[in-house]
Design a protein around this ligand. Structure first.
Ligand code: NI
Length: 177
């Protein structure tokens, strides 16, 4: 397993719809392993393949936060939301591609998601709470959407300008204190 560099917003690859996964092969399994390692290392609770420059419909997540609870690494191939609750929930969201920026986002409080597991089996599960927010955030990535698309254009522009500056600084090798 190895860590993969995470793309930073703005990047055209984060704005491109990802293609469905065809065959589940060794390279896809390696990508999923690398994405989990990269997510835990960041640390984060979710990561979508486009964030590491792979434009395929694959996400990983683990929203277990309590230290006395076993981790639950999940790999979702071709995930699809099949149902959303009318009830909404608000979470302060962040993104590994938009570090250090957070905003409250309103989404359906519960969703049902269908996907293929790495062993090829069909899965379906209902998610609530942080898991529901996370899976919607990650599936958004597969359609070229970011959490800042759910907030005001003014705030989005502000965050994007700050990210452009961060990327320029990093390109020049300037580390922020
Ligand atoms: Ni994200």
């Amino acid at each position: 397993m190895s860590l993969r560099p995470i793309l930073l917003h703005p990047d055209p690859r984060l704005r491109t719809a990802a293609r469905p996964v065809g065959a589940i092969d060794d390279s896809l399994r390696r990508l999923a392993d690398d994405m989990l390692e990269t997510m835990y290392d960041a640390p984060g609770i979710g990561l979508a393949a486009p964030q590491v420059g792979q434009l395929v419909r694959l996400i990983v997540m683990d929203c277990v936060k309590a230290e006395d609870e076993a981790p639950r690494p999940m790999v979702l191939v071709n995930p699809e939301i099949t149902w959303t609750s009318d009830e909404t929930g608000v979470y302060e969201e962040g993104c590994l591609s938009i570090p250090e920026h957070y905003a409250e986002v309103t989404r359906p409080a519960e969703v049902a998601v269908r996907w293929t597991a790495l062993d090829g089996s069909a899965q379906e599960e209902r998610f609530a709470g942080l898991w529901a927010t996370c899976v919607q955030h990650e599936i958004d990535h597969l359609d070229g959407r970011l959490f800042i698309d759910h907030i005001s254009a003014v705030r989005r522009g502000m965050i994007t300008r700050k990210m452009e500056k961060l990327k320029r600084d990093r390109a020049r090798g300037i580390e922020r204190a």
